[in-house]
Design a protein around this ligand. Structure first.
Ligand code: HEC
Ligand code: HEC
Ligand code: HEC
Length: 342
C-alpha cells in the first residue's frame, strides 16, 4: 500500500502537530523554571539565532558612525545605575539574584570583544527578546546610545580605578546629591563633558520643571529619566534649588559672530524666526542661555530639529522645536558659541 501525499493530508499533519504542541504547552509538562537552565543544545541554538538576528539587523539599520568620540561620563553613570545589577562592572560584581536568570547576563569585559560597534549599537537600542536585556529607555536618542557604545567598547581594558573616576566625584557626602554630582560635578558645571548642561546659576523653576519632564517622559533622555525616576516632588525642588544656587551660568556676556548676535536680538523675519532675546532674557521664565556650554546648546537645538527625531516635540507644548527648525543649519554652531560667550 502506498500513501499518497496530498495537500489535504499535509495540512492535516501540520494541524495535528500544532495541536500536539498546544497540548504539550497546555499540559504544563514543559519546564520553564529559570533554575533548570537550558540544555546545551538549546543554549547554543538560542545564541546562534540571536547572533544571526543581530548581524542582519545591525547591518541594515545601525548608523555608520555608531560610536561617539566623547562624553563617557554620562554613559558610565547610566551604566552604574541601570546595567551593573545584571552585568557587573570593573571592580563590581553583578547581583547574584540577576545571575540566577536564564540566560544570565554576560560579563561585558569579555563579551564586548565579540561584537562590532554597529552590532553593540543595535543591541543597546533594541534589547534582546526573551533574555531580560532591555532596549534603550528613550525615543530618538541615538546620541545617548552612541555614547554607551563607546563606553561598552572600553570595558575590556577598563580598570576599577578608571571606572570609579568616571562615576564618582570626591567631596559630596549626601547620597542623593552625590548621585547627581557623579555626572554634573560637585559644582554643577558638568565635569567638562560636552553633553552636560551647566546647572549652576540656571533658573531653579526651570531646573525643577526639567526634572519633572524627564521623570514623566515628556523630555526624552534615558540618562536623566533614570536619574529622575525615583525623586519625590520634594527632592526635585530641593535638588533644583541646590544646583541653581551655585555659581556657573551668569555674569557671562554673549559674544562672537555678529550674525548670531543679530538673530539673538532681532531674529530672522524672512523665515519667521523670532528673536531669542524676546524669551531668553533675564527676569523671564525661560532657561538662561548666556554662559551655557556651547556643545550642549547645539545638541539640544539639533535634537529638536531632526527630521525623524522629534525629541520631546511630540508630547510637549514647547515652541522650541518649531523655532529650532527655522534656524539655518550653518547658524547652529555660531549661535551656540555666541551664547556660551566664546
Ligand atoms: C535584567 C538584566 C539586564 C540588564 C538590566 C541589562 N542587560 Fe544587557 N544583557 C542581559 C542579558 C541576559 C544579555 C544576553 C542576551 C543574549 O546573549 O542572548 C545581555 C546582553 C547585552 C549585550 C550583548 C553582549 C552579549 O554577548 O550578549 C550588551 C552589549 C549589553 N547587554 C549591554 C547592556 C547595557 C549597556 C545595559 C544598561 C543600559 C544592560 N545591558 C542592561 C541582561 C541585562
Ligand atoms: C548619569 C549621568 C547623570 C546623572 C546621574 C544626573 N544627570 Fe542630570 N543630566 C545629564 C545629562 C547628560 C543631561 C542632558 C540631557 C539631555 O540631553 O536632555 C542632564 C540634564 C539635566 C537637567 C536639565 C538642565 C537643562 O538645562 O535643561 C537637570 C535639571 C538635571 N540634569 C538635574 C539632575 C539632578 C538633580 C540629578 C540628580 C538627581 C541629575 N541630573 C543626575 C546627566 C546626568
Ligand atoms: C517664544 C519663546 C522662545 C523663543 C523666541 C526662543 N526660545 Fe528657546 N526656549 C524656550 C522655552 C520655553 C524653552 C524651554 C523648553 C523646554 O524645556 O522644553 C527653551 C529652551 C531653549 C534651549 C534649551 C536650554 C537648556 O538649558 O536646555 C535652547 C538651547 C534654546 N531655547 C535656544 C533658543 C535660541 C537659539 C533661540 C533663538 C533662535 C530661542 N531659543 C528662542 C522659549 C523660547
Amino acid at each position: 500500500m502506498t500513501i499518497r501525499i496530498t495537500w489535504a493530508r499535509a495540512a492535516a499533519a501540520i494541524l495535528a502537530l500544532a495541536l500536539a504542541g498546544l497540548l504539550f504547552a497546555w499540559s504544563g509538562v514543559f519546564n520553564i523554571a529559570a533554575s533548570s537552565g537550558h540544555w546545551k543544545i538549546t543554549d547554543w541554538f538560542l545564541h546562534w539565532t540571536m547572533r544571526n538576528s543581530v548581524r542582519t539587523h545591525a547591518a541594515f539599520t545601525a548608523p555608520d558612525d555608531p560610536k561617539a568620540k566623547e562624553g563617557l561620563v554620562s554613559a558610565a553613570g547610566l551604566f552604574k545605575a541601570s546595567c551593573t545589577s545584571c552585568h557587573g562592572a570593573p571592580g563590581v560584581r553583578p547581583l547574584p539574584v540577576m545571575q540566577a536568570a536564564t540566560p544570565p547576563a554576560p560579563n561585558l569585559s569579555i563579551n564586548a570583544r565579540e561584537w562590532t560597534d554597529k552590532q553593540i549599537f543595535w543591541i543597546l537600542k533594541h534589547g534582546v527578546k526573551y533574555t531580560g536585556m532591555p532596549g534603550w529607555a528613550a525615543k530618538d536618542r541615538d546620541d545617548e546610545v552612541r555614547r554607551m557604545v563607546a563606553f561598552v567598547r572600553l570595558l575590556p581594558e577598563m580598570t576599577p580605578a578608571t571606572y570609579r573616576s568616571l562615576t564618582e566625584v570626591p567631596g559630596v557626602t549626601e547620597a542623593k546629591i552625590a548621585t547627581c554630582a557623579g555626572c554634573h560635578g560637585a559644582d554643577g558645571r558638568g565635569r567638562g563633558q560636552p553633553d552636560m548642561p551647566v546647572l549652576g546659576g540656571q533658573s531653579p523653576a526651570y531646573l525643577r520643571a526639567a526634572l519633572e519632564a524627564y521623570a514623566t517622559g515628556k523630555r526624552q533622555s534615558a540618562v536623566m529619566a533614570n536619574a529622575a525616576a525615583t525623586l519625590t516632588p520634594e527632592d526635585m525642588t530641593r535638588l533644583a534649588d541646590h544646583f541653581a544656587a551655585m555659581p556657573g551660568i551668569g555674569g557671562v556676556k554673549p559674544s562672537g559672530s555678529t550674525e548670531a548676535a543679530k538673530i539673538d536680538r532681532e531674529g530672522l523675519p524672512k523665515v519667521q524666526l523670532p528673536a531669542c532675546a524676546s524669551c531668553h532674557a533675564p527676569g523671564k521664565p525661560y532657561p538662561v542661555l548666556a554662559g551655557q556650554r556651547a556643545s550642549y546648546i547645539a545638541q539640544r537645538l539639533r535634537n529638536w530639529r531632526g527630521d525623524a527625531t522629534v525629541v520631546d516635540a511630540r508630547k510637549s507644548q514647547s515652541t522650541m522645536p518649531v523655532i529650532a527648525r527655522r534656524i539655518p543649519e550653518d547658524m547652529i554652531d555660531p549661535l551656540a558659541q555666541y551664547f556660551a560667550g566664546r
